[in-house]
Design a protein around this ligand. Structure first.
Ligand SMILES: *Cc1c(COP(=O)(O)O)cnc(C)c1O
Length: 364
């Protein structure tokens, strides 16, 4: 069976570099924080063209969102607008802190949060927006920044799937007041466990986020605010430093893979429509996702050919049981693109170690 994400082949290719980096950490006796974590923060900052003090690594992408919301001082009852069509984390973190997630619809073609839908959800209690760079493409930040500015809202960029993506000249992870990413193993830049990072050019927010991630402490045993324990392991940082060196070559292969699929579907299947990438955007293709008019038929074909697939995402978030108390029925009409996407979206293997021409041969 073809793997959906081929981490085994990736490990083989960079094996010598990984082993050297891993041995250095294991022999050092320093496993949390330390030189590897500092080196990673430096390298991430260099990649994005920002200061190392603007980068705070932490224990996961989900923690990164929670820390960002804590740094922005989200209060119980505050409303935050999140996409209805994405992974649960943004809405979950808002609710965990007592905030109220409001679910916005997406654009039917790019599948990104829709600024028009966001606008309709803004009330007196709205404090901010969490925009997700879905499947590795940046959300429509030109419009979102305008909306945020006009309505005095903060904007968090959830770039969990998009480290390395670009919108115009700007990198993903630099587009929000605070941006976050995830190093979950199957993300385009992933480690060998959980990991995440927070990015902000606002030095006050950066200082607060760093403090919150470390038990509210700037100085050992001196706690100025309530924080959490969310630190990155040295081993994960060492692995990420190796993978970051290869990220650009891998992103180019992902983009070539996506182009192969696009050409095939455009020329051969008018009932399968690839996610549109808006002009001026470079996606990481964390997922290669299409909308299949008849998803069941397409799934049968994939299963017969032994091609793996995933459904991102099978239900609108607002219908999850955990969000029952926020369900807002008058919204149903306003989230029709989300409902369509949950019924028709399907993702195919696209990582830098996927042989897409072989998959296309199987589909022919
Ligand atoms: C993966 C993901 C997260 C969570 O990241 P973890 O590191 O798994 O906690 C958050 N948001 C989005 C959009 C994701 O895809």
């Amino acid at each position: 069976m073809i793997p959906f994400v081929n981490l085994v082949e990736q490990r083989k290719k960079y094996c010598d570099e990984f082993q050297k980096a891993e041995q250095t950490v294991l022999n050092s006796g320093c496993f949390i924080g330390g030189p590897q974590v500092n080196a990673l923060e430096n390298e991430l900052a260099k990649y994005l063209g920002i200061q190392a003090s603007n980068v705070i690594t932490c224990a996961s992408g989900t923690d990164a969102i929670t820390i960002a919301l804590m740094a922005l001082e989200l209060k119980p009852g505050d409303e935050v607008i999140v996409p209805d069509f994405t992974f649960i984390a943004p809405a979950e973190c808002v609710a965990l802190l007592g905030g109220v997630p409001k679910f916005a619809d997406i654009d039917a073609q790019t599948l990104q949060i829709s600024p028009e839908s966001v606008q309709k959800l803004i009330t007196k209690r709205t404090k901010g927006i969490i925009a997700v760079d879905l499947f590795g493409q940046c959300a429509p930040f030109y419009a979102l920044k305008d909306l945020a500015k006009t309505n005095k809202l903060w904007l968090i960029e959830d770039a969990a799937q998009a480290f390395g993506a670009k919108q115009g000249k700007n990198f993903a992870c630099t587009l929000g007041d605070i941006s976050i990413t995830s190093f979950y193993p199957t993300k385009p830049l992933g480690c060998y466990g959980d990991g995440g990072a927070i990015f902000t050019k606002n030095i006050e927010l950066a200082t607060r986020a760093r403090q919150i991630a470390n038990h509210g402490s700037k100085m050992r045993y001196c706690h100025d605010c309530i924080g959490i324990n969310s630190r990155l392991d040295a081993l994960q940082a060492a692995i990420l430093c190796v993978k970051l060196l290869h990220l650009n070559e891998e992103l180019i292969i992902r983009q070539k893979n996506a182009t192969l699929y696009n050409n095939f579907f455009y020329n051969n299947c008018n009932d399968i429509i690839p996610q549109k990438i808006a002009s001026n955007n470079i996606s990481t293709y964390a997922q290669y996702t299409v909308l299949a008019k008849n998803r069941e038929t397409f799934i049968n074909k994939l299963e017969q050919a032994n091609i793996p697939y995933c459904i991102h995402y099978p239900t609108p978030l607002h219908t999850q049981k955990c969000f029952e108390k926020y369900a807002n029925l008058q919204n149903l009409e306003q989230i029709k693109n989300t409902i369509w996407a949950t019924l028709h979206a399907i993702s195919l293997p696209v990582c830098a170690f996927t042989h897409v021409h072989k998959i296309i041969d199987l589909l022919q």
